[in-house]
Design a protein. Sequence first.
Length: 181
Amino acid sequence: MITAQEVRKKSFEQAKLGYRTEEVDDFLDQIAAQLDEFEKSHEETERKMEVLVQTVRRYKDDEEAIKDAMVDARRQKQAIISEAQESAEKIIAAANVKADEIVGSTSQRIEKEQKALEQIQNEVKKFKTGILAMYKDHLKLITALPAEVDEEEEYEEEEVYEDDDIEATKVINTADLRLGE
C-alpha cells in the first residue's frame, strides 16, 4: 500500500508535452492529505477494533466463568437437595422409631394397667363373695340364737347407723357376744 509520505516524495521527469507540474503537485498534495486522513482513520479504527476484540475476549472469559458458576451452582443445588433429603429421611426415620417406642411402651403400660385392673376386680369379687359368705354365716348364727332375748339388752346393743356395712358389723358383733354367753 502506498503511503502519503511516498506520494509526497514522488517526483516526475519533465516532458515537453506533459502535464503542468503545479497541477500535478497540487493533486498529489490532495491525494497525500487524503491518504493521511485515511491512515489516521484506519489507525483509529484498528485501535477501536483492538478495544472491541479485548472487550469480546473479556466477555467470552466472563461467559465461561458464568457457565462454570452455573454448573457449580447446579452441582451445589443437587448436593443441597440430596443432603436435605437425606436429613429429612433420617429425621423421619428417627421420628418413626421414637413413635414406635412410644406406642410400644404405651401398649405395654396399657396391658399392665388392664392386668392390674382385672386383678383388682377379681380381688373385689373375692372380697365381696367372702363378705357375703361371712354375712350369711353370721345371719345363720343369729337366726339360730334362742328366741328369748331380754328386750332391754337388745335395745341397748342395737344402734342405728347410716352406713349398712357398719350396721351389719354391729349385728355380727352382737351375735358373737350372745354366742359367748
